[in-house]
Ligand binder design. Structure first.
Ligand code: SF4
Ligand code: SF4
Length: 59
């Protein structure tokens, strides 16, 4: 159940990039993107996002 970023809510602050312990979040055209294959489901990015743009999703 990896993290997923809602692009419409993402403000591009990169807080989630800094928060992710496995460094699987990258910025693409100003929006955060999670490499879901390597996400360890720790939810650190969910807590770090000031825009509440990240949620855990079933895949
Ligand atoms: S849930 Fe954890 S491992 Fe997955 S993208 Fe967020 S911070 Fe990184
Ligand atoms: S913390 Fe939230 S608003 Fe900031 S880059 Fe990540 S997803 Fe976007």
């Amino acid at each position: 159940m990896p993290a997923k970023v809602d692009e419409a809510k993402c403000a591009g602050c990169e807080d989630c990039v800094d928060a992710c312990p496995t460094e699987v979040i990258s910025m693409v055209e100003g929006k955060a993107v999670v490499n879901s294959d390597e996400c360890i489901d720790c939810e650190a990015c969910v807590d770090a996002c000031p825009e509440e743009a990240i949620s855990m999703v079933d895949e």
